[in-house]
Write a protein that binds this ligand. Sequence first.
Ligand code: PLP
Length: 392
Amino acid sequence: MSSFPRPHLGEPYLLTPGPLTTSYTVKEAMLRDWGSWDGDFRAMTADLRAGLLDLLGAGKDDYDCVPIQGSGSFAVEAMMTTFIPASGKALILANGAYGKRAAETLRYAGLDHVVLDKGDYLPPRGAEVASLLEQDPAITHVVAIHCETSSGILNPLKEISDAVATAGRKLLIDSMSAFGAVEVQPGTYQFEALVSSANKCIEGVPGFGFVLARKSALEDSAGNCRSLSLDIHAQWAAMEKTGQWRFTPPTHVVAAFLQALTEHRREGGVAGRGARYAQNRDVMVAGMRELGFETLLPDEWLSPIIVTFFCPGDENFDFGKFYDLMKARGFIIYPGKLTEVDSFRVGCIGHMDAAIMEEVVRAAGDALKDMGVSNAMPPAAALEARAELIAK
Ligand SMILES: *Cc1c(COP(=O)(O)O)cnc(C)c1O
């Protein structure tokens, strides 16, 4: 039996990278209104900033937390355009959709950048980052994606952070889908700023993102940002002075998030949360493999956040049908985001445990039977394409 009750009113579990399934108590925390100027809400904002800083762990005293309205991409854009000055140049480490989005964001902002594109599922390695930085002294900042949610790969952040620090450059991390479940202690990783959002591993509802940045970086960033509403320096300066957000804050989302932070703490913080997600992944992946499904990535790179599977080669398999059959059984899965092969994704994050992941596997097995798919093995061509790319 799962100790995680089914979502309210029979709504399906969201096996997605956020918005995700939240606890009843997180939803309940939204059942009142707050005045954004009032002292009660200012105290909530202060708690939120302090609670997020605590998750950084050792070394947190050199950092500060700045929440910003909007979805995660708004916060990524805010971080990059606040910390990369007009005279700077960024190296973006891309291996999927979110790395590409970071590059697109800098193109819009007119900031100079180069991209190391590793394709769909190969990690950027420390040695290649070191050599790119050596070849191009104009690069001032490196942008890394912690967990590339489009494939589910957990990128080797330690190697990358070491390479960037050794070269004397600055690291900006999109830890959107990892922060709160994977450690990013400043004592271990050297970074200028990282960004995440309310509706990923902390298990809040969507509505704001947050930047955790070195105080020195915040102080030095005045005047960099060319967007009024995304200026992290201005948001930080105003919050320090008045305790308020500059523009209408998502009050209910903040209230829900404080409850989510309490539940995160109760679960044992980053280590506890990460352990539950890893168990969710292990149980789900083992069960899916038994059905014949194959993961895109070898075990070494499987994140505890979300897992990509190849679509089966069986001619009776149809992703749209599979999706509907899974939904009818109470589970929303996620389409794939790969360019080369047909795939789908199953998230491991949200208010659910391994007992629920066992139900997910049973539902997948039943859905295959309903479609007349006897084996979930991927087509040989997909495996060959992967092998060829890895050999390159
Ligand atoms: C979710 C996510 C984002 C932000 O996406 P939004 O849809 O704007 O919330 C950015 N980067 C990564 C790695 C993500 O997983």
